[in-house]
Design a binder for this molecule. Structure first.
Ligand code: NAP
Length: 533
């Protein structure tokens, strides 16, 4: 079992007792009593704290962290040892002592003697480095494991990049003993969640964001809710969105909600891969060499990814270099937004943006893709989204004109797909049946902007805004006033996500679940973003 341990850190026993009750209610599977947070710490307080915590019947882990390893207060070594010895005597299920302190003769003798009196108490020997990745994670771990074979080694360090997490996860992947290995900081999220799949002894969570006791610690609600803690097992297949940034992505919520609804043993993570091609290549190679290809294949068990900015071209290059399959239109577009990892780590690449856009357009117009043949379409923008949309439109023979602020980019894109181009200022005089905005103009928080002057909007026009937050952009509102048909970027987003789901999971996503998830999320996001303008 991997315990979901909730850290309790409070200045008084009374407020700690409140946190303990709340942690139990929130689903804690173990309580870590961070006694170093208590003001004027003494053994009486430890007794009172343990008495309050014992009422929960949860396993209790007592820690009195040294300041140099992240402790909340400057406490003498003698007091810290006395607290741990007292905790053993009071029936704590586990105590956590820093390995560096444990090896000191006085600490060692006293804790050993107390454990001999009460052998039911387990010993965790830990090391924490807040400065960055360790130069030799395996050695640090093995030194603890060899010195005290009965103890549970705990190695925690700050990851500066997600690629720093593989050394930590390897210790769990290849280990055959109870162990705790975690990375701190936002880059360490993957280690905190996958701890359960990899059979760690415990992961640590905060009661809420205000009570985190280490950088990057997730809350118990996030682990139990967004990250499906109760459903994670050894065979859970893992997916995720690779990008930078990824915090805003709706994909984790969508995929995990579908897994819940469809009872699929899978988990979807936000994977912040900072940097450019070298960092992306390192990340994907790390994943593949550690058993990509699904939950039953062992190892990390990644089955696929969504890929977003800035890695869509890096994903394409990676597959081309590996000589694996790339969907032809993804090759034409020059971007891969979906990766499927097959057995043996074979990677294939797809682009669901163009299909999402064309589907959204044709479904709203109640036509087939080939009815777009010869239709006049104005595409605003010449970036990544425009590229996918133009490729999809060119594929079915639409007559496309690209309008862009940077005219050279419009010219290059038009040259590639054999269509027309013009300056953004010409939009007022455009002649088009369909208008598609592929710029970020009008997106939250700058919701009062629109790329198209009102004189360009006509009653018989179909206006499709790929921006999906807010769902009703200024452009769409003005198009509706002009009498045109309006299509929200949400429709494209849903369809490209459903196509990704089909590729990665191998079955249809639940569209209603996706719509509800997006709707719930955007209701939360929109007012908050607008309020912070
Ligand atoms: P991108 O590659 O960075 O391209 C941005 C485009 O917007 C460029 O054409 C840029 O013009 C133009 N632009 C940005 N700010 C502008 C301004 N102030 N005035 C005039 N033009 C401006 O980004 P992308 O990946 O194509 O994404 C663009 C938008 O597409 C996103 O914001 C997103 O809302 C939407 N999108 C939606 C979906 C969906 O599923 N609904 C999927 C992908 C993207 P320059 O070339 O002159 O810089």
């Amino acid at each position: 079992m991997t315990y979901l341990a909730v850290s309790i850190g409070s200045e008084t026993v009374e407020t700690a007792a409140e946190q303990i009750k709340a942690a139990k209610k929130a689903g804690a599977e173990m309580l870590e009593l961070r006694t170093d947070y208590l003001a004027d710490l003494d053994v009486e307080k430890i007794r009172a704290l343990l008495a309050a915590a014992r009422k929960t019947a949860l396993p209790l882990l007592v820690t009195c962290r040294d300041r140099v390893q992240g402790g909340a207060a400057e406490l003498s070594p003698e007091l810290r040892t006395r607290i741990l010895v007292e905790a053993i005597g009071e029936g704590a299920d586990f105590i956590d002592c820093e390995f560096d302190n444990f090896v000191l003769a006085d600490t060692h003798e006293k804790i050993r003697a107390a454990l001999a009196e009460r052998p039911q108490t387990g010993l965790i020997l830990s090391t924490h480095d807040f400065s960055g990745p360790l130069t030799n994670t395996a050695k640090v771990f093995n030194d603890i494991a060899r010195a005290e074979p009965e103890a549970i080694p705990k190695v925690v360090y700050k990851a500066d990049h997600i690629n720093d997490c593989f050394a930590a996860m390897d210790l769990l992947l290849h280990g055959d003993r109870d162990a705790i290995v975690l990375c701190m900081g936002p880059a360490g999220l993957i280690t905190r969640v996958l701890a359960k799949k990899l059979g760690a002894f415990a992961t640590f969570a905060a009661l809420d964001a205000a009570h985190a006791t280490a950088p990057g610690q997730l809350t118990v609600a996030e682990l139990k809710g967004a990250f499906r803690w109760d459903n994670i097992g050894e065979a859970t297949e893992v997916f995720g969105v690779i990008g930078s940034p990824v915090g805003h992505s709706l994909s984790p919520a969508i995929f995990n909600a579908c897994f819940d609804a469809q009872h699929i043993d899978a988990l979807y993570l936000p994977l912040l891969v900072e940097g450019e091609k070298p960092e992306f290549d390192t990340f994907l190679s790390n994943i593949i060499t550690r058993g990509g290809g699904g939950g039953t294949g062992g190892g990390l068990g990644f089955g696929g990814f969504s890929v977003t900015i800035p890695h869509k071209t890096h994903a394409l290059d990676f597959i081309n270099h590996a000589g694996e399959f790339v969907e032809p239109l993804a090759e034409t577009i020059g971007a891969v937004n979906t990766l499927k990892i097959g057995f043996g780590g074979i990677v294939s690449g797809y682009n669901t943006d163009y299909a999402g856009a064309i589907d959204a357009l044709t479904a709203a117009m109640q036509i087939g893709p080939h009815d777009l043949h010869s239709m006049k379409v104005a595409v605003v923008g010449a970036g990544g989204a425009a590229r996918a949309v133009v490729a999809g439109l060119a594929d079915v023979g639409a007559r496309v004109t690209i309008y862009n602020r940077t005219i050279n980019k419009a010219r290059d894109l038009a040259g590639e797909f054999k269509c027309r181009y013009a300056a953004l200022e010409k939009l007022g005089a455009m002649d088009a049946r369909v208008l598609i905005n592929c710029t970020s103009i009008g997106m939250c928080p700058k919701v009062d902007a629109t790329p198209v002057p009102t004189e360009g909007l006509k009653p018989d026009m179909v206006v499709f805004d790929t921006v999906y937050n807010p769902r009703q952009t200024k452009l769409l509102k003005e198009a509706a006033v002009a009498g045109g048909m309006c299509i929200s970027g949400i429709e494209m987003f849903i369809r490209q996500a459903m196509a990704q789901y089909k590729i990665c999971i191998g079955q249809e996503a639940d569209e209603e679940v996706i719509r509800k998830t997006i709707s719930d999320r955007l209701q939360i996001t929109e007012p908050r973003l607008q309020a912070s303008r």
